[in-house]
Design a protein around this ligand. Structure first.
Ligand code: 5GP
Ligand code: ZN
Length: 119
């Protein structure tokens, strides 16, 4: 079992419901849940259920999946009440970005003014 492969992957374990999470959306392809250490009043993570480590590892043909995640980010932002005030969708990719969990995940952050540039 590789710690970076699907078997030992933290977010795959959340997909399999082996680890609890506050799930806010689920369909056949996607799971969205509250970040365990929220950095803003709204902080949701959206992941594909299929494991790939990062955007850099996104398989050919994943255009529809990645687009679905963005539109789900918009829907969740609206549900969380930040559609009007604004929000940020963050996709950390690789070491220099600070990516810590190597199962691709999109952060949706909002509910306060967000600094720019990040980091
Ligand atoms: P990254 O830095 O890789 O872009 O973001 C990883 C995110 O996953 C962090 O914001 C962190 O708080 C969140 N996270 C790490 N472990 C868990 C967990 O077990 N459950 C949930 N819900 N979020 C987690
Ligand atoms: Zn995974």
């Amino acid at each position: 079992m590789s710690p970076t492969g699907a078997d030992g992957c933290l977010f795959c374990r959340i997909v399999r419901k082996e680890i609890p999470a506050r799930i806010v959306f689920e369909n056949e392809r996607l799971l969205a849940f509250e970040d365990i250490r929220p950095r803003a009043p709204v902080h949701v993570l959206i992941i594909p259920k299929d494991h790939f480590a990062s955007l850099d590892d996104a398989p050919e043909g994943s255009e529809a999946l990645l687009g679905e995640i963005l539109l789900r980010a918009r829907a969740l932002a609206r549900e969380k009440g930040v559609g009007e005030t604004g929000y940020r969708v963050v996709l950390n990719t690789g070491r220099d970005s600070g990516q810590e969990v190597f199962h691709i995940h999109f952060h949706v952050l909002g509910g306060r003014p967000l600094h720019w540039p990040p980091g």
